[in-house]
Ligand binder design. Structure first.
Ligand code: FE
Length: 216
């Protein structure tokens, strides 16, 4: 199977947020699709191991922020590579309340709020069907596509995303970020990993050098 063909499928970039037991949960997804038009239903796909999935099963209500090209890689890394269980992803970013849900407005050109009407189990992931109860456009900025995220922000799918593909490593000295999987390849860089300054950060998720391990 030519996995390259799958990379040509178009997606957007979104942050799903929900509140359960008075705690905020949120994660990045690239899988939102409008299902029906008149009585608006959308579908989103979440990994079964994701804390946001478990929270949404119980809260049955969430917001989906539509990220624009203004969204930073730090924002996407925060919601994409860390767990809501041990990280307060909502700390220090712009949010607004909508019926008790913290909607991420930072880097977003709009958002939807919806109620879960159906959950379809698909192997590692669940498709949540949402009935949209509220929608608001926030800015005129262009929505970010998954391709833009890859090509301009140099982003990569989290290991829990349905579109995740493992990076292959061959020859030379390479280092892998244990948080996001980013590979630093000495052969392709002008500075060797060992010579990078101590405050150097992973270009994809923002963690320090200490989170990198050498891979062969
Ligand atoms: Fe990283």
């Amino acid at each position: 199977m030519d996995m390259k063909a799958l990379e040509t499928i178009s997606y957007g970039m979104y942050i799903v947020s929900t509140k359960n037991d008075n705690k905020n949960y949120g994660c990045v997804i690239n899988t939102l699709t409008q299902v029906t038009a008149s009585n608006v239903l959308v579908s989103i796909t979440l990994n079964k191991e994701n804390a946001t999935n478990q929270a949404l099963r119980e809260s049955k209500k969430c917001a989906v922020s539509i990220l624009s090209e203004q969204a930073t890689s730090e924002l996407i890394a925060k919601f994409g590579y860390f767990s809501s269980v041990d990280t307060d992803k909502f700390q220090g970013i712009n949010i607004k309340d909508s019926d008790g849900i913290s909607v991420v407005t930072e880097g977003a050109c709009g958002y939807l709020v919806g109620e879960v009407v159906n959950i379809v189990s698909c192997d590692t992931h669940d498709i949540f069907i949402l009935r949209v109860t509220k929608a608001e456009q926030l800015t005129e900025e262009k929505p970010m596509t998954y391709r833009y995220y890859h090509e301009v922000l140099k982003g990569k799918a989290s290991s829990k995303a349905p579109t995740y593909q493992e990076e292959t490593v061959s020859g030379g000295k390479k280092y892998r970020c244990t948080v996001c999987g980013y590979i630093y390849d000495d052969e392709k860089e002008t500075i060797k990993f060992e010579d990078l300054p101590d405050d150097w950060k992973c270009p994809r998720c923002g963690v320090g050098k200490d989170k990198f391990v050498e891979v062969n």
